[in-house]
Design a protein. Structure first.
Length: 145
């Protein structure tokens, strides 16, 4: 995180998922890496802005997704600990990687800075306001720890 600009950049992502029985490990690794990337987008860039009932983010110029240069190498570890209820003991891995990623990134920011933001995305404006203890930007519940 750049303390002058408030820009948060993820330099490392690691994900460990229990998939029951790994029927296609390579496919699972790709699915997990994609889900973690989506979670990173939720944490840092993706923001559906609405004002007076009107959607303001109407295209990919204003609704920002992570692109290849934004995403670090994702380290994926697949566990086969507990059999799932799916076919051959497999578990679904489609959505699970997305869920914890944004919280993990927000917690990493809190651990690094002592400032905890509870609203996503972690925009530079929100991060700077929290770091400097200034008045919170509209729509943010930033708190200094």
């Amino acid at each position: 995180m750049d303390e002058e600009t408030g820009v948060v950049r993820v330099t490392r992502l690691a994900a460990v998922h229990d998939v029951g029985r790994a029927i296609n490990p390579l496919s699972i690794e790709g699915q997990v890496a994609g889900g973690v990337t989506q979670g990173m987008g939720f944490a840092l860039t993706e923001w559906l802005r609405v004002q007076d009932g009107q959607v303001l983010t109407t295209n990919l110029m204003t609704y920002l997704l992570p692109t290849a240069p934004d995403v670090p190498r994702v380290e994926v570890s697949v566990l086969e600990e507990f059999p799932g209820a799916g076919p051959f003991g497999a578990k679904g891995v489609g959505e699970q990687p997305v869920i914890p990623t944004a919280a993990a990134i927000a917690n990493a920011l809190a651990n690094a800075t002592g400032v905890q933001l509870r609203d996503l995305p972690l925009t530079a404006e929100r991060v700077l306001a929290a770091l400097r203890g200034r008045e919170k930007p509209a729509g943010s519940k930033a708190t200094a720890s």
